[in-house]
Design a protein around this ligand. Structure first.
Ligand SMILES: [Zn+2]
Ligand SMILES: [Zn+2]
Length: 81
């Protein structure tokens, strides 16, 4: 799962944002306002909501690992697991 599976506040819809991982271990998406997503990890400046570190995160990209499998015709797992 590379995309954020949190829910957008007030919308009850899937966030689907890119996920980042902080050096502290926090994983979440980036939103330009606080608490916009139930799984928000960073604000617009890239500041971790947990430890406050700025710019100490990296983009999670597990799709790079699963990409070859996708090319081989493996169907994507259905959403909403
Ligand atoms: Zn999110
Ligand atoms: Zn952090």
């Amino acid at each position: 799962m590379v995309r954020c599976d949190g829910a957008r506040a007030g919308y009850k819809m899937l966030c689907n944002g890119s996920l980042y991982k902080c050096v502290c271990g926090e994983i979440g998406c980036t939103q330009n306002k606080p608490e916009l997503c139930t799984n928000q990890g960073f604000d617009a400046s890239g500041k971790c909501v947990k430890c406050g570190a700025v710019g100490k995160r990296e983009l999670l990209a597990p799709e790079a690992v699963g990409f070859i499998r996708s090319l081989m015709g493996d169907p994507r797992p259905s959403a909403g697991a």
